[in-house]
Design a protein around this ligand. Structure first.
Ligand SMILES: *Cc1c(COP(=O)(O)O)cnc(C)c1O
Length: 390
């Protein structure tokens, strides 16, 4: 029996050709493929600017830097996310606060965020990091309204949701990462995500000011753009080699061949998303009269993950593994990871997230999953419950 993972990439002949042609070209880094990928991606999500970086974690780090996170910053995020969503605040010396999830959608609960804000003086918190968990878009219009009341910025962690959207109060679709509500949004191109470049990430924004900072921070804080120079004209006139390092930046660049792979993959993103929607609908139907609790789709779900909830999660996980079906758990609540416990976080801090974690399981969901393999997953799960029940 072929193994079925919970997620995986597909690489087509045209992906291979795109990568090979770059490998044969003059530029392996800092060439034309990066801006081409950035423009295409910005257009896909409907944002003004996009900045390609080496991975999603680097994207988060640069966002936190660009928004000025420092040792007196306090930022609120969800415990049901990958640790990187919170870690970016720690990289900059700030403090992470976790607000609980909505038990229906598994997303950061705006009411819990509001309670946290109300319980502290204005100015106590600086920002919020909502996550479009599993591909379900957070209602950023509502978060923006709340953020404006308290003078906060928003970083949208949209790693799970390229192509996802929510419907705003006017009835319009608002694409994840379109920059209309969040200052900055980030994406990852890790192989389990929708678009795979090996490692890779993207930041999108509608702010020229933030965009300029990100470009600088991505490349050591160095600029060769004469219009940006800070030194006096006679220093600037040293010669054609002249550059300035103006900030303590990093090397968080993506390579040219990764960008070419990303552009090639992006061309199939919409079709792949459509396939994920079909797979989700097939799961929904299959689990209709079963003990499996299905995920909620409040519209515009991008289906990075299909998360079910079951009573005996470990039993089902192990049973699936025996049949070479590799389900996964997303996520161990971040506040219960030893590093965050060491910072004073503990069990009981986010009861809904902790209850969700006891029962959640991500079953296979990727655009190349065949009907046949999906039927094997479905039948194995149903068989497990028949055995358990009868
Ligand atoms: C994958 C992921 C990241 C980190 O992306 P990398 O490219 O692996 O660094 C951050 N946040 C979420 C929600 C993710 O799923």
């Amino acid at each position: 029996m072929n193994p079925i993972p919970y997620g995986r990439q597909t690489i087509t002949e045209s992906d291979l050709e795109a990568v090979v042609s770059v490998l044969k070209s003059d530029y392996l880094t800092q060439g034309p493929e990066i801006p081409a990928f950035e423009n295409k991606f910005a257009e896909y999500v409907g944002a003004k600017y996009a900045v390609a970086v080496s991975n999603g974690t680097a994207a988060l780090h640069l966002c936190a830097m660009a928004l000025g996170v420092n040792s007196v910053s306090r930022v609120i995020t969800t415990p049901i996310t990958f640790a990187a969503s919170a870690n970016c605040i720690k990289y900059c010396g700030g403090e992470v606060w976790f607000a609980d999830i909505d038990p229906e959608t598994y997303l950061l609960d705006i009411n819990k965020v509001r309670s946290l804000l109300e319980a502290h003086p204005k100015g106590f918190f600086q920002g919020i990091i909502p996550v479009d968990f599993a591909g379900q878009a957070a209602d950023l219009e509502a978060f923006r309204k709340l953020a404006d009341e308290y003078g906060l910025w928003i970083i949208e962690d949209a790693c799970h949701a390229p192509g996802g959207y929510f419907t705003d109060s006017q009835g319009n679709h608002q694409n994840c990462g379109n920059g209309n509500f969040a200052e900055l949004s980030i994406f990852s191109f890790h192989p389990v995500k929708h678009i795979a470049t090996g490692e890779g990430g993207m930041i999108t924004t509608n702010s020229k000011q933030l965009y300029d900072k990100l470009i600088l921070y991505r490349t050591h804080g160095i600029t060769k753009d004469p219009s940006m120079f800070l030194n006096s004209p006679d220093e600037v006139a040293q010669g054609g080699w002249y550059y300035e390092m103006q900030e303590l930046g990093y090397n968080y660049r993506l390579t040219e061949f990764q960008a070419a792979l990303g552009s090639s993959q992006l061309g199939r993103a919409e079709a792949n998303l459509e396939r994920r929607r079909v797979l989700a609908a097939r799961y929904d139907k299959a689990f209709e009269n079963s003990p499996v609790i299905k995920p909620v789709n409040t519209g515009g779900h991008a289906w990075h993950l299909y998360v079910i909830q079951v009573d005996d999660r470990k039993g089902l996980y192990d049973y699936l593994r025996e049949q070479h079906i590799y389900a996964q758990v997303h996520y161990i609540p971040v506040h219960l990871l030893p590093y965050y416990k060491g910072l004073g976080h503990s069990k009981g801090e986010a009861p809904a997230a902790e209850a969700y974690y006891e029962r959640c399981l991500s079953i296979p969901m990727y655009h190349a999953l065949t009907d046949e393999d999906q039927d094997r997953v479905i039948n194995t799960i149903l068989r497990y419950f028949n055995l358990a029940v009868f």
